[in-house]
Design a protein around this ligand. Structure first.
Ligand SMILES: *Cc1c(COP(=O)(O)O)cnc(C)c1O
Length: 354
């Protein structure tokens, strides 16, 4: 078994990349901002552009401090390691990214266990959290952290409402737990809900915001929270090799993304809605109504697996991702136009007619 990714087939160009918003390319203007960046030694504290990004991100998120790291995964895992001790338990949705998509890091790095909660679209209720609270005793693992995902990835890009977050965080805090938000797409949620980012994350003690999803930067995420917490988190960032040198070039791309790529996420959401409406008209496909930029669909009625559907789309220049035998995902982002949605729908129809 090799864990190396399979090399893409570069001989057939991808024209309409609905695979993921992670595959957005930095624009020319973003690259120019990177070239113009003032840089220093990030881990030594002398990169002014990284400091500028951290200050901006902390202000936007309404937190005291923020720390820049190469990836959202590293931010989540540094957060888990800083909040928890070995033997602690985290409450998170059973489909959470930290549970199923981060290589077992909570166990491997922090020695913690995850208690999976159930609920619709990757969310869960305050009642569900309350039911998961264990009595404090020497038999129970200490319950240290509640984790929420905004937007929910496997839950279909659904947004937690501010009131829902206040309710689940309220239960957690009442029982002495902290709350971390995996905000890989938290900016999509803020735009979709029409609520300032700081309000969307207010109920959470710490939050990760990723710049490499819909925001279109090539690298980087921030972890934000109380000043003391970020001070502690720096040791884990160092331990995991997340301290950088001339990080300012990457931070400049993230600053550019905050300045230019936030409001336009509404276009991605409109394109996702159009894609979902169109796919719902295609015989054999059942579509979940998207709230943001992720469109999940079911291919069972067509008789094709999601992988076979994806395999047939690929030579036509369209990519999608597969999340289960009959469940696929199409994702809109800044490299996808409204015209390309129309074209993708025609291609989907064509491959299913065959
Ligand atoms: C992409 C993603 C991550 C991880 O982010 P990377 O920057 O790819 O490491 C974490 N959580 C969710 C919900 C994601 O979608």
């Amino acid at each position: 078994m090799s864990y190396e990714p399979k090399r893409a087939d570069f001989s057939v160009p991808v024209r309409i990349n609905l695979y993921s918003d992670t595959q957005t390319r930095p624009s020319r203007a973003m690259k120019e901002a990177m070239l113009a960046a003032e840089v220093g030694d990030e881990q030594g504290g002398s990169d002014p552009t990284v400091w500028e990004l951290c200050d901006r991100a902390a202000a936007l998120l309404g937190k005291e401090a923020a720390m820049f790291m190469p990836s959202g995964t590293m931010c989540n895992q540094v957060a888990v390691a800083t909040h928890c001790r070995p033997g602690d338990e985290i409450l998170a949705h059973e489909d959470a990214h930290i549970q199923g998509s981060e290589g077992g890091a909570p166990g491997a790095i922090s020695g913690v266990m995850i208690h999976g909660l159930q609920g619709p679209h990757g969310t869960f209720s305050a009642e569900t959290v309350r039911d998961a609270i264990r009595p404090v005793s020497r038999y129970s693992p200490p319950q240290r952290l509640l984790e929420v995902e905004q937007t929910t990835n496997k839950g279909g890009g659904a947004c937690w409402r501010v009131g829902e977050l206040e309710a689940v965080a309220g239960v957690a805090h009442e029982h002495g737990m902290n709350v971390h938000m995996d905000g890989a797409r938290v900016v999509n949620a803020a735009v979709s809900l029409g609520v300032p980012l700081s309000d969307v994350v207010a109920a959470c003690d710490t939050v990760m915001l990723d710049f490499t999803k819909g925001l279109g930067a090539p690298l980087g995420a921030v972890l934000a929270g109380p000043k003391d917490f970020i001070g502690q988190a720096w040791r884990w960032k160092q331990r995991l090799g997340g301290s950088m040198r001339q990080g300012g070039m990457n931070a400049a791309a993230c600053i550019y993304a905050l300045q230019h790529n936030v409001a336009r996420l509404a276009e991605d959401h409109a394109n996702a809605a159009a894609l979902a409406r169109g796919m719902a008209q295609i015989p054999g496909i059942t579509v979940e109504t998207p709230e943001t930029n992720l469109v999940f669909f079911d291919t069972r009625v067509s008789g094709l697996t999601a992988a076979e559907f994806a395999r047939r789309l690929r030579p036509m220049g369209v990519t999608i991702s597969v999340s289960a035998a009959y469940r696929g995902r199409a994702c809109t982002h800044l490299d996808i136009s409204a015209d390309q949605i129309v074209e993708a729908l025609a291609i989907m129809r064509h491959v299913l007619d065959d």
